[in-house]
Design a protein around this ligand. Structure first.
Ligand SMILES: Cc1cc2nc3c(=O)[nH]c(=O)nc-3n(C[C@H](O)[C@H](O)[C@H](O)COP(=O)(O)OP(=O)(O)OC[C@H]3O[C@@H](n4cnc5c(N)ncnc54)[C@H](O)[C@@H]3O)c2cc1C
Ligand SMILES: *[C@@H]1O[C@H](CO)[C@@H](O)[C@H](O)[C@H]1NC(C)=O
Length: 401
């Protein structure tokens, strides 16, 4: 039984993109968002060719490209500022350069596209819990006391997902004992040396990594950021830390004299209004992303929050969304929707697992090492599998045994 009307919980990047992908396949949907308006916070995110191909198919790429910074490589330097490694994030040969774009630009464009297609978005609707589910429909409650029914409910409600509670009542995201603090400063402040390529991560064995990544189409602004070990706090604790701007600035400046000059320039003048804090949580690997009756499913961060090393968090969410929309549109017409969902989850999990392995390899390469330990493992990664798949063909293959 194929779904006829879909409810999407969350108008974040996953939820909005899912609405567009379903609409493209003529499947009606409604988006419900807890906030009163589109989220207007957060810095820039990095989009790789696998996600850009999807956004292009949906018509969003052309709308964001002119507002984004394009680049092909991430560079890695030692504490002494020697170039030690690079990591490809886009290229002509994958069809797309990597993009850094403000999250709120993406949210704004996707929301506008959803509205242009007359897909309903209801703000101020916080999903509470599923009331009942059977073979053909699901009913759930919002915190304003109302209930709704649809043939399928998709939780695109982020890492602290409430929809996931229906599938895994006890599960909580786990903290990775690491966090990042970022700020935005004008690029001119850095006095970037000639020939010095960005984005760059400068690795210091005592103080961790310092990241400098351009944004805006002309690269006139950079995100600066640091990642470090940190004790776990509750949500209020993280909020308090974020509002303690001096703590955040001190965090960015800590041990800065042990870094190259470019870092010292970077932290010399920080606007407290342009600071962000990101505690790294992950969702333990889940056996299922959907309920047994197949009327409730989760995707994006709700299903698999991925640590940031390979920059694939949001990029993988776009893959979830696009492949799910193809399955809903009947790529698996030979079998029930429920089996389609199971196969979708298995194949998507395999890809996420491969990215977690890649993350581990990247982390290993970025550990400080001595020259005699060099085992040639600095050869470029082969990333064709990650950046250049044909998702339509992939989904057809999943159902072709
Ligand atoms: C500071 C920061 C920086 C980041 N930088 C990067 C980066 O550079 N690259 C990268 O790939 N990833 C990055 N990430 C991770 C990235 O933001 C996530 O992978 C991505 O946002 C996941 O998208 P999503 O749509 O699944 O979830 P979210 O973006 O979390 O969206 C969930 C939406 O659901 C809504 N919602 C939640 N609960 C309910 C409810 N009960 N009822 C109704 N609505 C609800 C929320 O209000 C929100 O709008 C960053 C995260 C943070 C916090
Ligand atoms: C499923 O539940 C809905 C809502 O309670 C109901 O209208 C419908 O008849 C039920 N379908 C089946 C197959 O039981």
């Amino acid at each position: 039984m194929s779904p006829t009307n879909i409810a999407i919980i969350g108008a974040g990047l996953s939820g909005l993109t899912l609405a567009l992908a379903l609409h493209r396949n003529s499947i009606p949907c409604t988006v419900y968002e807890a906030r009163m308006a589109p989220l207007d916070i957060g810095g820039a995110i990095m989009l790789s060719p696998n996600a850009l191909r999807i956004l292009d198919t949906l018509g969003a790429y052309a709308r964001i490209r002119s507002q984004a910074y394009e680049f092909d490589h991430l560079f890695f330097r030692s504490a002494k500022n020697e170039l030690v490694d690079s990591y490809e994030f886009g290229s002509e040969r994958y069809g797309y350069h990597g993009l850094r774009v403000y999250r709120n630009v993406l949210i704004r464009e996707l929301s506008a596209m959803v509205t242009e297609r007359e897909i309903p978005i209801q703000y101020g609707k916080k999903f509470l819990h599923v009331v009942s589910e059977n073979e053909s429909s699901v009913t759930w409650a919002f915190d304003d006391g109302t209930t709704e029914m649809a043939s399928c409910l998709i939780g695109a409600d982020g890492i602290h997902s409430r929809v996931r509670k229906y599938l895994y009542p006890e599960m909580e995201p786990t903290f990775t004992n690491a966090m990042g603090v970022t700020a935005t400063v004008p690029t001119a402040q850095l006095r970037v040396p000639d020939g010095y390529e960005l984005p760059v991560t400068i690795m210091n064995p005592n103080h961790g990594a310092f990241v400098i990544a351009p944004q805006l189409s002309d690269g006139s602004e950079v995100l600066i950021g640091r990642q470090k070990r940190a004790p776990q706090l509750d949500r209020d604790g993280w909020d308090r830390l974020l509002s303690d701007k001096q703590w955040c600035i001190d965090f960015l400046r800590d041990g800065v004299n042990d870094f190259p000059e470019i870092v010292q320039h970077a932290v010399s003048d920080i606007d407290p209004h342009k600071i962000n804090l990101w505690p790294f949580y992950v969702v333990p690997k889940l056996d299922r992303w959907s309920s047994r009756l197949g009327r409730v499913a989760i995707l994006g961060d709700a299903a698999h929050a991925i640590p940031p090393s390979a920059g694939q968090g949001i990029n993988q969410a776009f893959e979830d969304v696009y492949t799910l929309s193809l399955i809903m549109a009947g790529a698996g017409t030979e079998m029930s929707f429920n089996i389609g969902l199971t196969i979708w989850q298995q194949r998507r999990q395999e890809r996420v697992d491969k990215i977690l392995q890649l993350n581990a390899q990247i982390d290993k390469r970025r550990m400080p090492r001595s020259a005699d330990m060099d085992d040639g493992s600095h050869a470029p990664f082969d990333l064709q599998w990650l950046y250049a798949p044909d998702f339509d063909a992939m989904v057809v293959e999943w159902f072709d045994f």
